[in-house]
Design a protein around this ligand. Structure first.
Ligand code: PHE
Length: 471
């Protein structure tokens, strides 16, 4: 195992796995999904999904990875034979597609960070049309700012940073980067929350966020909560299986997973606590009502407007820090996404980690080009006739979400029918001598064999039906 590299210990593993989990999902998606799905109602459904359905799946995924000590394909193949190996390949493909669109959005955040901190973005008056132009023309070489405004460059630099870290290996690259970025991320987040809670009308935002309105409860809220929980915890496609393969036998998986889930959930929760007071401050200041429902552009349109309202200096500081936070969160996730295909090529094809990291990153960047161009530059990609006129970015993101819940469901079936749950239990006893007689063992035994596969299976089918036909 040591020739593949491994984590230095408990803290390194937890920070790195939490780094994978904490990402755009928490800071970009969670607040707008909560905004669109009834605030507190969404929060509670999300928490239910995390603790009842996702916790067992995460434990299962990491156990498989640590037991096999290989990449996602290699792990399934070793424990279940060639047919199950395809499930690993399916996960690797999903990871590649997630990274292809994720890196584009991360590139936008990186561009916003530069434009707010060092440029004059906050002098804009119409942030909505700025965003439209920004994502539309990916090269934007015609404007006065030239290259400095090019989305293409921002995404490419972001992917290069990802490749650079992954190329350096597990401890010196991935773990070291996470050990710096994750604590910094928490500090920035807390600072912005403290500030946003002091703004006028902040408490109205807190109330909307924390007091459930049961009228908002719909079946789609459950779908959104489940998909978001899987995406946010990086489950269902082999990221945590791959990270688990670098974990020492002496570490306690069940308690590490509890810490990782809590870390991820707390950042999503705190991101909401940061964003809703800001939004309600803006509503108060401009006397408007509809911003809470802003959707995907929330952090790119509504938040800059708020930073603008704060005045030139404060806006630059708070806004710059906010987008730096987003970049850190995204980078710790893109690293984990790139590691999945890289580990596959290193383990299975015996290729050189450095070359493979850069080569795979380049390939995925190219796969992401249509995503970049789908925001207006190529009209056909902006309006997919078979997908209710939505754009290619939404389409890829939705398909990946479905891939994650299906992957999670099949993983539970794999553990139950092929690998056998007793093997998972004995893997979990490593590093946790009390596990054998614990209540947790009974809980996992029941959820992984019955609750998770059944509920995830039913919900995945309903989600697919809802996407293409509509409920
Ligand atoms: N969990 C990450 C986020 O919340 C995204 C991700 C999904 C990363 C799947 C790895 C695997 O942003």
């Amino acid at each position: 195992m040591s020739s593949r590299g491994n984590f230095s210990g408990r803290i390194g593993f937890i920070l790195t796995a939490a780094g994978s989990a904490v990402g755009l999902g928490n800071i970009w998606k969670f607040p707008y999904l909560a905004g669109q799905n009834g605030g507190a109602v969404f929060l509670f459904i999300y928490l239910f999904c995390v603790f009842v359905l996702c916790y067992p799946v995460m434990v299962g995924e990491i156990s498989i990875g640590r037991h096999a000590g290989l990449d996602a394909y290699g792990s399934y193949n070793k424990l279940g034979g060639k047919k199950w190996g395809y499930l690993g390949l399916f996960g690797i493909m999903i990871g590649i597609f997630i990274l292809s669109f994720y890196n584009v959005v991360a590139g936008w955040a990186f561009g916003y960070f530069l434009h707010i901190s060092f440029g004059d973005l906050l002098n804009e008056t119409d942030f909505s049309s700025f965003f439209g132009l920004f994502v539309n023309d990916i090269f934007d070489l015609t404007s006065a700012k030239g290259l400095a405004n090019s989305n293409f460059i921002f995404s490419m630099v972001f992917m290069a940073m990802t490749a650079f870290i992954v190329a350096k290996g597990i401890q010196k690259g991935i773990e070291a980067a996470n050990k710096i970025m994750m604590p910094t991320l928490y500090i920035i987040l807390i600072c912005i929350i403290v500030y946003s809670l002091t703004l006028p009308n902040a408490m109205s935002g807190v109330r909307y966020y924390l007091i459930p309105d049961l009228e908002e409860l719909k079946i789609q809220t459950l779908f959104e909560g489940l998909k978001q929980a899987f995406f946010s915890l990086s489950l269902g496609m082999g990221t945590l299986m791959t990270y688990g393969s670098y974990l020492k036998k002496s570490e306690n998986i069940t308690s590490s997973v509890a810490t990782i889930s809590l870390a991820d959930t707390s950042v999503a929760f705190l991101a909401g606590l940061m964003v809703f007071p800001l939004i309600h401050f803006l509503q108060f200041k401009l006397q408007i009502t509809e911003v809470a429902q802003a959707g995907p552009p929330l952090i790119f349109i509504v938040l800059p407007q708020i930073f603008h309202e704060m005045g030139p200096l404060l806006g630059r500081i708070v806004g710059g820090l906010f987008f730096l936070l987003v970049c850190f969160a995204a980078l710790t996730s893109t690293i984990s996404l790139l590691e999945v295909p890289v580990a596959y090529l290193v383990d299975q094809k015996k290729m050189d980690r450095k070359k493979v990291s850069w080569g795979t990153a380049l390939l995925i960047f190219v796969i992401g080009l249509p995503v970049m161009a789908s925001q207006g530059m190529i009209p056909a990609l902006n309006n997919l006739p078979f997908y209710k006129g939505q754009d290619y970015l939404v389409f890829v993101a939705d398909m990946c979400d479905i891939g994650l819940t299906v992957g999670g469901c099949l993983m539970c079936i794999f553990i139950t029918t092929r690998w056998k749950i007793e093997n998972m239990h004995s893997e979990l006893e490593n590093g946790n001598p009390n596990y054998r007689t614990s209540f947790l063992k009974k809980y996992l035994n029941f959820t992984i064999q019955y609750v998770c596969p059944v509920l995830l299976g039913i919900l995945s089918i309903l989600i697919i039906y809802d996407k293409f036909v509509g409920i």
